[in-house]
Design a binder for this molecule. Structure first.
Ligand SMILES: Nc1nc2c(c(=O)[nH]1)N[C@H]1C(S)=C(S)[C@@H](COP(=O)(O)OP(=O)(O)OC[C@H]3O[C@@H](n4cnc5c(=O)[nH]c(N)nc54)[C@H](O)[C@@H]3O)O[C@H]1N2
Ligand SMILES: Nc1nc2c(c(=O)[nH]1)N[C@H]1C(S)=C(S)[C@@H](COP(=O)(O)OP(=O)(O)OC[C@H]3O[C@@H](n4cnc5c(=O)[nH]c(N)nc54)[C@H](O)[C@@H]3O)O[C@H]1N2
Ligand code: SF4
Ligand SMILES: [Mo]
Length: 697
């Protein structure tokens, strides 16, 4: 709660106030912050030293959040498009005009094509409860098309759940107790920076750190051992680890016997997964694989830390399902500091009543169609879809940068028979295609409760300043829209505190507000599966999964090369393209349009992304540092400068992701990426993309 600092008011000015909040970004760290406000203006933002996870530090993005909040490029009033879609030409209009137009368009689409011709598309631009959840009350009341799956996180959870029967996993702060930490497909020092001190402390106490990643990331730089498999080959590596562990009798016999299902089948299945077979597939040395397996099986407590990066593959579900088999095989769950640490969002979910927040009961007995979120490009361009989408509402996301297959998506956004509303803080690549843009508040301007997926603290966020310009929160936008539509259902108009109170039934809201955060329940002995009981059909960790078999997936952990890497495709497009998060000053596509952040990340005023490749590949193509290249495949073409790097392997190139298209000539990283669905979980295979690299003439 805002607490007034004691200062005698001799100037006629208000005393400064300090206001506690929680960072809203789609980042595992959900840092606690403290804003200093003078005369209604936020003048300082710093980390809350009392926050148990972030401990007073923010990050190179949010250290400049005040500049972002008051940036000249903020959208501060409703805007109506006056130029062609994508041109970015808009005129200011009043809220009353904007709402009347939107309501009339929405009603007409529903009357002409029915409610399913309306598509809400939202992201975690602000991952707080009201910001993400409240809008769905209106969409439920209207019975519009719904989306399943996600660009982020759904596959990792669904993968692990096929082995363990739950998405719940180890709290990463428990890594403090580990003696071996394998960071598998996560770039902790960049994407989860406040966890790094815990890992360093474990190392000081004797832990070894292994990083497994197709890119030598800044996290790999700090590892005791770095293993660099070819992209997408990890399951082969895991199978060979299991082979070595079982061959050498290093499994935890007692734990496996008591708490797992299908060991004999697994054992037979991995018998021919020799290290030499995996070495060829993964591009690793045989003894590297053997040493990894032995170290993992013989060190206690041993933890694996993973996050999201490796789910962006056709076989992303299988990656996480197989990864979850490893701790069971070596009995790692016995130990405090052992097991698998991933998103802890599902622990937080246990205290949130999502139905109270989003009110699916408002649907009544309607069952609107459900489409795959990650297939947005296809949804907007597929002429076979009945009804096709004619009204699109977007908030908290910038799909023209973040969704795969951007050039197809662009065709969808260009459709003149599509009415698009974007609620945003900035005129993003996406907002440029809107018919109406509405101004959104930032976290400094709105009250909310912000969950975390990298630690167990649920944070209160107090509004520190009044909304900038005419901006409003996501919840308030949806209340206003409900009113403009003439709806009368009371749930659509509930105020913020009422909604938060009913969404957090076990939490004392006043106390949360006063104390700024609350820690959600987690097993006191630090061992989530200390009793060896798992909520699968068998009550055990399932090496063999009948549930997967029923889905048409292999019941045992199985390596398959991605469809995209078919030999004839590899001939046409010989490079494997990765599009990672690489910039300390960007958060997904946020901040990447701000000149200060661009300059710092690009190293020059030129701005824009670049293509990284190793010297041997560059030389073979007669390319050199700074040369312009065309990167292309059947989906798109991007022209960029080459940066020669030592961080990749031959045949693998990378375009750091997050730059908007209007920051440079040509498309974005996602103009090239695959929008193929993952094996299960409803995610997307961004990283299975192949490209041709040729000199730009
Ligand atoms: N600075 C900064 N921090 C961020 C973000 C940001 O944009 N900027 N974004 C936030 C968001 S939304 C998320 S989801 C998290 C993501 O956090 P992470 O999951 O840690 O990050 P990613 O970069 O998505 O992927 C991690 C690593 O996975 C590797 N990887 C890709 N394919 C494979 C594979 O086949 N096998 C293996 N072993 N590794 C693979 C990539 O090379 C990358 O280094 O970060 C959050 N934090
Ligand atoms: N090639 C490639 N593509 C990727 C990834 C990758 O690694 N490579 N990563 C994927 C992942 S993990 C993720 S999570 C997605 C993220 O992609 P997006 O969900 O598109 O995230 P951002 O790009 O940060 O866009 C969030 C937008 O929300 C706006 N915003 C912030 N707060 C609010 C608010 O309170 N209200 C409203 N209305 N708007 C707000 C911000 O201004 C910003 O423009 O991208 C995915 N796309
Ligand atoms: S973006 Fe992440 S690291 Fe930065 S302040 Fe927000 S939660 Fe913390
Ligand atoms: Mo994400």
């Amino acid at each position: 709660m805002a607490s007034i600092l004691d200062s005698a008011d001799t100037t006629g000015r208000d005393s400064p106030t300090i206001v506690h909040g929680t960072c809203h970004h789609d980042c595992p760290d959900s840092c606690g912050w403290i804003a200093t406000v003078e005369n209604g203006v936020a003048v300082k933002l710093r980390g809350d030293p009392d926050h148990p996870f972030s401990k007073g530090e923010l990050c190179p993005k949010v250290n400049h959040f005040i500049d972002r909040t008051y940036s000249d490029s903020r959208v501060t009033t409703p805007l109506r498009r006056i130029g062609p879609k994508g041109s970015g030409e808009f005129e200011q209009i009043s809220w009353a005009t904007a709402l009347a137009e939107i309501a009339s368009q929405l009603q007409s689409v529903i009357e002409t094509h029915r409610a399913e011709a309306v598509l809400p598309f939202s992201g975690a631009g602000n991952q707080s409860l009201l910001a993400m959840g409240f809008p769905y009350r209106l969409w439920n009341a209207l019975g519009v098309t719904r989306l399943q799956g996600s660009l982020c996180g759904a596959v990792a959870g669904a993968g692990v759940a096929m082995t363990n029967g739950t998405k719940l996993a180890l709290d990463p702060e428990e890594l403090a107790h580990s003696k071996l930490i394998i960071i598998w497909g996560s770039n902790t020092r960049l994407t989860n920076r406040h966890l790094w001190p815990t890992i360093e402390a474990a190392r000081t106490a004797g832990a070894r750190i292994i990083v497994i990643d197709p890119i030598r990331t800044i996290t790999a730089d700090e590892a005791d051992r770095f293993i660099q498999p070819l992209p997408g080959t990890d399951v082969a590596l895991m199978l060979a680890m299991m082979h070595v562990i079982i061959r050498d009798g290093l499994q935890d016999h007692e734990w496996v016997e008591a708490h797992t299902l299908g060991f004999d089948e697994l054992s037979a299945h991995v018998a021919d997964w020799t290290p030499s077979r995996a070495a060829t597939i993964c591009g690793l040395a045989e003894d590297e694989i053997v040493a990894l397996a032995r170290e993992y099986a013989t060190t206690r407590p041993a933890a694996i830390r993973t996050l999201i990066g490796a789910e962006h593959r056709e076989h992303g579900g299988m990656f996480f399902r197989t990864l979850a088999c490893l701790p069971a095989l070596v009995g790692a769950w016995r130990d405090r500091g052992g097991g698998l640490a991933r998103s802890v969002g599902s622990w937080t979910d246990l205290v949130i009543n999502h139905d109270a927040l989003t009110r699916p009961d408002l649907l009544g007995n309607r069952e609107p169609r459900v489409l795959d979120e990650v297939r947005l490009a296809d949804i907007l361009t597929n002429s076979g879809l009945r009804p096709s989408v004619h009204a699109l509402f977007i908030w908290g996301t910038n799909p023209m940068v973040s969704v795969p297959n951007t050039e197809l998506l662009r065709k969808g956004f260009e459709r003149t028979d599509l009415f698009t509303v974007v609620h945003e803080q900035f005129l993003t690549d996406t907002a440029r295609y809107a018919d109406i843009v509405l101004p959104a508040t930032t976290q400094l301007e709105s009250v909310d409760v912000t969950p975390a997926w990298g630690h167990l603290n649920l944070g209160w966020n107090e509004a520190a300043i009044a909304p900038v310009g005419e901006s409003i929160s996501n919840a308030e936008f949806h209340r206003r829209l409900a009113r403009a539509l003439g709806l009368i259902e009371p749930a659509l108009f509930e105020d913020d505190l009422t909604v938060l109170t009913s969404s957090l039934p076990s939490i004392d809201i006043d106390q949360l507000r006063a104390e700024h955060r609350v820690r959600v329940p987690y097993p006191e002995d630090g061992r989530p599966f200390g009793d060896g009981v798992f909520p699968t059909a068998s009550g055990r960790v399932e090496f063999v999964s009948e549930e997967l078999r029923a889905l048409g997936q292999p019941a045992l952990p199985t390596y398959e090369a991605p469809t995209e890497y078919a030999p004839e495709q590899l001939k046409r497009f010989p490079f494997r393209l990765l599009t990672p998060k690489q910039h300390a000053r960007f958060l997904n596509s946020s901040y990447s349009h701000l000149p200060k952040h661009q300059r710092a990340e690009h190293g020059s005023d030129e701005g824009g992304p670049y293509l990284e490749m190793v010297a041997a590949d560059a030389t073979a193509l007669d390319l050199f540092e700074g040369a312009m290249v065309k990167v292309s495949n059947d989906r798109g073409e991007v022209t960029l400068r080459v940066r020669v790097t030592e961080r990749l392997r031959r045949g693998v190139v990378a375009i750091p992701w997050g730059w908007w298209g209007d920051s440079h000539e040509g498309g974005v990283a996602n103009s090239l990426t695959s929008d193929r669905l993952t094996d299960w979980g409803g995610g997307v295979a961004y990283s299975d993309t192949l490209v041709l690299v040729s000199p730009a003439l």
